[in-house]
Design a protein around this ligand. Structure first.
Ligand SMILES: C[S@@+](CC[C@H](N)C(=O)[O-])C[C@H]1O[C@@H](n2cnc3c(N)ncnc32)[C@H](O)[C@@H]1O
Length: 245
């Protein structure tokens, strides 16, 4: 059984979008994963196919109706956790992506307008996931990003599986800097160590660079990484303190 993504949206024509290209597109074509879209409007109950209405309490914009969305969820044939893309959700990270990719699939609800009536989120126990602290105009680009991140972790999708273990977040660090030809470009030379052929030195240099970049750019990740590497109880606390200064 292939991994499945089911996307509930009022714009099914936005899918597969970029997922039809490159690695994800090839894998989709080869049957490594499957994509289904559900048009939420098909579950509207009036002749105008309305999916939204004005917010109780007043205020700008429109809100997606709980009855229509609930009917769409019931009518959707998919597997895996039911997720609403939402700026109020838990921030997506690589650990969560790996978790979702390891399961049978995901069912994604794309919000539009001012969002979704709270009652359907509660009644369906929908998990909310955010792409970051910014507001998109709809959940579809977020759904595409989430599916893309999951699909590249499916077995065989990325040809060289080492590429996955080496990249940003795989071990809690940002990725080290990468270089390719030409060796000299605008007076800038590729670091000597990378053309030394000494694999142990290259590995050490890359690890040190990954640590430096993470420390400089992402204090949150760096603290977590350091905490995870602290010696267990009974370890050498004196030397540990020295390293941390
Ligand atoms: C214009 S936004 C609604 C924003 C909402 N009124 C708020 O202030 O939180 C419409 C839809 O875009 C999607 N969306 C917007 N920003 C997102 C983000 N950072 N991550 C995931 N989905 C997002 C959600 O599905 C949301 O329901």
């Amino acid at each position: 059984m292939s991994w499945r993504a089911t996307v509930l949206t009022i714009f099914p024509e936005m899918l597969p979008g970029s997922l039809a290209y490159s690695l994800a597109g090839k894998a989709l074509h080869a049957g490594a994963w499957r994509l289904d879209t559900v048009d939420i409007r098909d579950f509207a109950q009036d002749k105008h196919r309305s999916v939204d209405d004005a917010p109780f309490g007043g205020g700008p914009g429109m809100v997606m109706r709980p009855d229509v969305l609930d009917a769409a969820i019931s009518g959707a044939d998919g597997v895996g956790p039911l997720i609403l893309l939402s700026p109020r959700g838990r921030r997506l990270d690589q650990a969560k992506v790996a978790d979702l990719a390891a399961g049978p699939g995901i069912r994604l609800v794309c919000g539009r307008f001012e969002g979704v009536d709270e009652r359907v989120v509660e009644a369906r126990a929908i998990e909310e996931l955010s792409l970051g602290d910014f507001v998109l105009s709809g959940g579809e680009p977020a759904a595409i990003a989430l599916i893309d991140a999951c699909v590249r972790l499916l077995p065989g999708v990325v040809g060289d599986s080492e590429a996955l273990t080496e990249e940003s977040f795989a071990d809690g660090l940002l990725e080290y800097p990468q270089y390719t030809r030409p060796q000299m470009w605008r007076g800038r030379l590729v670091p000597d160590v990378l053309v030394s052929g000494d694999h142990a030195r290259i590995r050490d240099w890359r690890r040190a660079e990954a640590e430096r970049l993470t420390r400089e750019r992402r204090g949150d990740l760096w603290e977590r990484y350091r905490a995870a590497r602290r010696p267990a109880i009974g370890g050498d606390q004196a030397s540990n303190r020295k390293v941390e200064q």
